[in-house]
Design a binder for this molecule. Sequence first.
Ligand code: NDP
Length: 245
Amino acid sequence: MTNKTAVVTGGSRGIGKALVLALAAAGYQVAFSYVRGREAAQSVCDEVKALGQDALALACDVRDLNSVTGFFQEAESWLGHVDLLVNNAGITRDGLLATQSLEDITEVIQTNLIGTLLCCQQAIPGMMRQRRGCIVNISSVAAQKPGRGQSNYAAAKGGVEALTRALAVELAPRNIRVNAVAPGLVETEMSAALMGAHADDINSRLLIKRCAKPAEIAAAVLYLAEQGHYLTGEVLSVNGGMKMP
Ligand code: NDP
């Protein structure tokens, strides 16, 4: 395929940044979003340029329909078409459910689950018209093996995995594959506090005794996009063999 294109949400840092760089290195033209990290997003664009590719960074809050609509309009008009959508933007607000605020619950559901639904909604019409496409949703090991204080996040990511299976059914007739990647612990800002406080406990639950590098998650996404032509409705676990407590 020539002129491969991708949209990535939350590409300014962490796994999203690794995704943008891996896709650019694989020859994709990439449009990606950030919400607060404008400078970080610009420096990702500079790194992509150094690879001889082009990337476009656009502000978008995936919780907001107008913001998502505007993001896709600009991204699609710059890319021409979208081959791959990676729904990566996500947050955690861990805490015991009994004492958690409604805001902490809804923020997590809105960013991880509603954001993914809204972005899929925007990408689908173009993919249906071109009768091909690939969507990869970033879930989490927490959907299947949640830790303490992760009810809101586990519910959101469990929803992302159910959405992945449902959308795969809906879009298969149009040659659009929908899969998810469920990382374990990955070396990013999101996991830094957790690793700092519970490194020994976490490592004792891992068969591969270290966190994943963001690039290792990006490699799994690239595999689904480029090689996994017979895969749809699946969740690929990339968690170093994480066990239940
Ligand atoms: P980071 O916190 O490092 O980065 C999060 C990214 O999402 C940033 O680019 C951020 O933008 C963006 N973002 C946050 N809120 C919004 C929003 N409302 N609208 C649009 N973009 C937003 O996270 P990770 O890289 O660690 O996580 C990426 C994905 O991987 C998430 O879905 C997460 O749940 C999942 N995951 C992560 C794991 C880990 O151990 N790190 C483990 C399992 C899953 P900005 O920089 O502008 O704030």
